[in-house]
Design a protein around this ligand. Structure first.
Ligand code: HEM
Length: 343
């Protein structure tokens, strides 16, 4: 899969959508629901530049139908969940194919195929040749459309869940919340005084905020394990994994191991001060690693940084009692009901 490279300016513009969406806050709010609405729009904009409106609503509706069928009885007959899900995927594909086709036609018309920064993932994939000298065939349009939908599936749920959990962990840790506010208030003040806009580097340079994100990712274990199948006999540290066998690598075990993290059950963003927050090492693998490293890594971290910045500098909140369940996947039992007030 091609790594998504979008101009930093456009990226920041997309993500600042958060600010304009915060008016949605009202008294009876489940935070996870709200964040899922906001991040879905951002994801669709980053992938294919669809703006809020009829098309966005269509995509949201069909996508919800698609994901309901990800874990279900594998019966492809009318009336069954899997059938409905596949039908919805087909309708989505039809729309995405049209968007990709129209974009390709527009690119060819303007003859600016390789100039300027790409605006979204479709632009990146349309320009991709698989070879750095541009001599190879471009990717087929059907492949691009399929890829866009494949990226929506892992992208939709993970980011709002991490944001919700960060807010939950912070609600339970007033000292960490105070440090986060101080760091972000300071950046906001600097920006207000200088009149400068935010840049990519502003967010990633906030060390405590990055520590909060890494600590949330470490404890939440959104993807708690990954599967691999041995395509040939492999020997690792004296153990033989025979060809054809499957291995389940548990990311949770690494992140909650006392040998790697002191008091692993404690939310401690300060622990990252020593190691640097955003390193992906063999002790910190929330986004996997190697050839299948998550292509949404930078996007997710930046999106969460921007969310935390706007949220803590503009609002205070009181979260109701909720419980985090870690198995089979991480969830907040009540989707975190919350009362939000402008600061
Ligand atoms: C906090 C957010 C996220 C976490 C923790 C996360 C975690 C992961 C992990 C652990 C993998 C590796 C799976 C494996 O090795 O089998 C993965 C793969 C993947 N992720 Fe993410 N992800 C996140 C957000 C996103 C977003 C926002 C997108 C899309 C924009 C995305 C797209 C993908 C894709 C397409 C793959 C498959 C890559 C491949 O198989 O080569 N992820 N993710």
């Amino acid at each position: 899969m091609s790594k998504v490279m979008i101009s930093k300016q456009n990226f920041i513009k997309f993500l600042h959508n958060f600010e304009s969406q915060f008016h949605l806050f009202n008294d009876a709010l489940t935070f996870l629901w709200l964040l899922t609405q906001i991040t879905f729009q951002i994801l669709v904009r980053v992938l294919m530049s669809v703006e809020p409106g009829e098309d966005m609503e269509f995509l949201k509706r069909e996508f919800m139908e698609v994901i309901k069928g990800l874990i279900c009885l594998p019966i492809k007959l009318p009336g069954f969940r899997m059938y409905k899900s596949l039908q919805a995927k087909e309708r989505m594909l039809k729309m995405v194919r049209k968007i990709v086709y129209d974009r390709k036609m527009a690119m060819e018309k303007k003859e600016t195929k390789d100039s300027g920064s790409p605006n979204d993932a479709i632009d990146v994939l349309l320009r991709d040749t698989g070879e750095s000298d541009g001599t190879q065939q471009r990717l087929p349009l059907d492949f691009i459309s399929g890829n866009i939908i494949e990226m929506m599936i892992p992208g939709e749920d993970s980011v709002p869940m991490i944001m919700t959990l960060a807010v939950k962990y912070l609600s339970d840790n007033p000292v960490a919340l105070a440090c986060l506010m101080e760091e972000n208030d300071e950046l906001k003040k600097r920006k207000d005084e200088s009149g400068e806009g935010y840049a990519w580097t502003d967010y990633v340079s906030l060390p405590f905020t990055q520590g909060v994100i890494s600590e949330t990712l470490r404890m939440a274990n959104i993807i708690n394990a990954i599967w691999r199948k041995a395509v040939e006999d492999v020997e690792i540290k004296g153990y033989l994994i025979p060809k054809g066998w499957c291995v389940l690598a548990s990311l949770t075990s690494v992140h909650m191991d006392e040998e790697n993290y002191e008091n692993p059950d404690e939310f401690d963003p300060w622990r990252w001060e020593k190691t640097g927050a955003s390193v992906n090492s063999n002790k910190f693998t929330p986004f996997g690693g190697g050839q299948r490293l998550c292509p949404g890594l930078e996007f997710s971290r930046l999106e969460i940084s921007i969310f935390l910045h706007h949220f803590v500098t503009s609002y205070t909140w009181v979260a109701e009692e909720d419980q985090i369940v870690y198995f089979p996947t991480v969830k907040t039992k009540r989707k975190l009901p919350i009362m939000v007030t402008p600061r």
